[in-house]
Design a protein around this ligand. Structure first.
Ligand code: DGJ
Length: 732
């Protein structure tokens, strides 16, 4: 990061500010009279001067500040829409007047203290910091805007400093606040529950306040910190769309407010029910950052911008876009019924099928309180001596001595790798840790400590708890050749002792993640929270992949994975082939369909007992592994086009196109069989119209033909599928 000369992406003219990406502009200025920061434009590229807005005729009860588009609306001076900041001043009122004072332009992007954040050097990103000041209460607020022009993305965070003498309390703070001048917009968001996360929802924005919020203490299964806005006519491929994504793992709030004048305000940041942060003299508080992207190519454009930005400028891991090993996870294979014998047996079978990584899930730990069910053991991260009399090391040694069969795979033979499951933020009351440190759990005075899944949550706001986790996980990872970790988190936060606990916990979690992932950079870290309960950009900074849902039913997974892909790249998703009937839904679907759905994700694997496979299932797994390995690089790094959505079509389809455009892979699914119905036709997107492509070796066909006429396949049964490989003729 260097201070430097003006940059074409950030142009300052007096107190007018223009931030430009390749295809968008974001304009605002400081009002000469009031010093308020006013929004001018967030949308398609704009160059040259703009006409001055006529002054609105003020009739009625709402004064001027309630009629203008404000960049960082504070409270108490006549704007009756929702504020971006609410400060309980030392005098007990909540009025503030944050006005433009100065600005600084910086090439690159400063880090956010203790928080996950997008990163980039001076060739990737430019930052402008607008310094606001309330001369009455002596409070400063810095708005930091960073532009990533290649991704049509702008990232904003806010830092508040108390320069006065009395203590103030931050009661609300939105990382993003923007007023769009339109009143005819749709909002698109992701809703769900455990085992049915990230279902896409679209509805018209109406007058008044609407939105959603997580209160669970983490981003949650029910809501995701992502919002898109779109014109009513916007589709996956066409029309204006805006995407907003909060880089945070804690509770959050999204507010969308269509006001009486017809404009629409968007706020995204902390959940104010769980923020009450006291700032003494000279103390500072920084919000998480929110990413905003603009696309004129529909919702697909929003997703592709976020995917690219997150793969290249958010995930810190060396594995961000690296090919992922095909794995087998022991959870749905054995649940808690594990020991070194049955684990070795399924590891052997896994290796024989061509699996590359064996993952030992829950149930391996606990000495005095063995983890043989979900009622005990969390917190005691030592191997269960009855199940592993010599510890884990001998088992890990035996498993990593197994050679993964090559069978249909063209990859060179490798030894099986070993991975392990942990849930370090938790404690069972039946554990040695809890006996020794009951004060480390979250609790509020004498109120009962409510258990969820028989467990309590440790208070990661405490440095000693953070250190305990860092040390016990470090010891575990140093005890054997463990090269993958699945980090789980299976309950919500309640009985929080103080109004600062929620955010202080998140700062603690981030310190732990940062320390461990830096200390063990060669470990492939996977996030998990009963599936996708913490699928958010904050986790992605440290963990390049996240277990997408505990629901492994392939039909349900199509909805979940398409929904997740609105905000998150396939490289961050995990999909596993599980046994039939499926353990969550009882549904039986063919092995090929299960595999084709799972390999839509960057991390592909199996989660079943391979010794119980039917012969016909076993026979095709090596082909599926070979196919997944062939297409994995395109899935991990390519541009994703959702060609038809499961909510709208019996034939959902998705296409990934490699960055250089030379290869592509099409996934096409039939949910239910149709008698006497025209065959489904899938028209591709994003190809070069003039170029010729081989389609599974046939052709070549022109990109124009593939996009305008499309391809047809004949499916005869329910749950049929096809994965099609395309290659440009010119690169063969
Ligand atoms: C919840 C996870 O999402 C599952 O995959 C599994 O790891 C269990 N926890 C183990 O308790």
């Amino acid at each position: 990061m260097t201070r430097g000369s003006p940059d074409p992406t950030v142009i300052v003219d007096g107190t007018s500010f223009a931030l430009h990406g390749n295809n968008f502009s974001y304009l605002f200025h400081a009002d000469d009279g009031t010093g308020d920061l006013l929004s001018d434009h967030f949308g398609g590229s704009v160059t040259g001067p703009m006409p001055t807005d006529p002054t609105p005729i003020v009739n009625g009860w709402t004064g001027m500040s309630g009629r203008v588009r404000r960049e960082f609306p504070d409270q108490g001076r006549g704007d009756f829409r929702s504020p971006a900041i609410r400060i309980r001043q030392s005098g007990a009122h909540t009025i503030s007047a944050l006005q433009y004072q100065s600005h600084t332009v910086v090439k690159g992007k400063p880090a956010l203290p203790g928080l996950p954040a997008t990163f980039g050097d001076e060739n990737d990103v430019t930052t402008i910091i607008i310094h606001l000041y309330d001369k009455y209460s002596l409070i400063a607020a810095d708005l930091m805007y960073s532009v990533f022009p290649r991704y049509d993305a702008i990232v904003r965070s806010v830092t508040v400093t108390n320069k006065g003498k009395g203590a103030i309390v931050l009661e609300d703070l939105a990382s993003l606040s923007v007023d769009l001048p339109f009143g005819d917009l749709d909002m698109i968001y992701l809703r769900g529950e455990w085992a049915r996360e990230t279902h896409r929802q679209r509805r018209r924005i109406d007058y008044g306040l609407q939105g959603f919020r997580s209160s669970t203490g983490f981003s949650s299964h029910s809501h995701n910190p992502f919002l898109a806005l779109a014109r009513p006519s916007t589709t996956e491929f066409q029309g204006e769309a805006w995407g907003f994504s909060l880089v945070y793992t804690g509770s959050f709030a999204v507010n969308v407010e269509k006001c009486a004048q017809g404009m629409t305000r968007i706020l995204m940041g902390f959940n104010p029910d769980q923020l009450s942060w006291s700032l003494g003299a000279d103390e500072t508080f920084t919000s998480p950052e929110c990413v905003s992207v603009y696309s004129k190519d529909g919702l697909g454009g929003v997703s592709r911008s976020l995917h690219g930005l997150y793969r290249n400028h958010l995930v810190k891991s060396q594995f961000a876009t690296a090919n992922r090993p095909v794995l087998l996870n022991s959870w749905e294979a054995l649940y808690f019924n594990i020991n070194s014998n049955n684990l070795y047996r399924i590891a052997q079978e896994s290796a024989a099928l061509g699996v590359k990584l064996f993952v030992l899930d829950d149930g391996w730990f606990g000495k005095d309180y063995p983890r043989v069910s979900d009622t005990a053991g969390l917190g005691d991260w030592v191997p269960n001596p009855e199940r592993f009399p010599d510890g884990l090391a001998p088992l890990v040694k035996d498993i990593t001595a197994l050679k993964a069969a090559t069978l249909k795979s063209t990859k060179p033979s490798t030894n099986l790798r070993f991975g392990i499951w942990i849930e370090p933020e938790m404690v069972n009351s039946k554990s040695t840790l809890y006996q020794e440190h009951p004060e480390w759990a979250l609790y509020a005075e004498e109120y009962p400590r409510t258990e969820q899944r028989n467990q309590l949550i440790l208070n990661l706001a405490l440095a000693e708890v953070q250190d305990f986790i860092i040390n016990s996980v470090s010891e575990l990872l140093s005890s054997a050749d463990i090269t993958y970790v699945k980090w789980d988190h299976n309950r919500c936060m309640h009985e929080t002792p103080s109004p600062t606990t929620h955010h202080a916990y998140m700062l603690g979690v981030y310190r732990v993640f940062e320390t461990l992932t830096t200390r063990f950079p060669n470990v492939l870290w996977e996030g998990c929270a009963s599936g996708g309960g913490r699928f958010d950009p904050g986790v992605m900074q440290y963990f390049p992949q996240i277990w997408t849902s505990d629901n492994t039913d392939a039909v349900d997974r199509i909805f979940i994975q398409f929904g997740t892909s609105l905000a998150y790249p396939a490289s961050s998703m995990c999909g596993h082939i599980s046994a039939v009937p499926n353990h969550q839904t009882g549904r039986t679907v063919p092995m090929e369909f299960r595999a084709h759905v799972a390999m839509m994700c960057g991390s592909f694997g199996l989660e079943l007992d391979p010794t119980e496979l039917q012969p016909e299932e076993r026979a095709i797994i090596p082909d599926m592994i070979a196919l997944s390995e062939k297409i994995n690089p395109i899935v991990l790094t390519g541009d994703m086009w959702r060609l038809s959505l499961p909510e709208e079509s019996n034939w959902p389809a998705v296409l990934y196109i490699s960055k250089d455009g030379s290869q592509a892979v099409l996934f096409l699914y039939q949910l239910g069989s149709k008698v006497n119905h025209a065959l489904s036709r899938v028209r591709l997107q994003g190809l070069d119209a003039q170029d010729m492509y081989f389609v599974d070796g046939e052709g070549p066909y022109s990109g124009g033909m593939l996009m305008s006429v499309g391809l047809q396949y004949c499916f005869e049964t329910d749950y049929a599928s096809k994965v099609v490989f395309l290659e440009k003729e010119s690169v063969r």
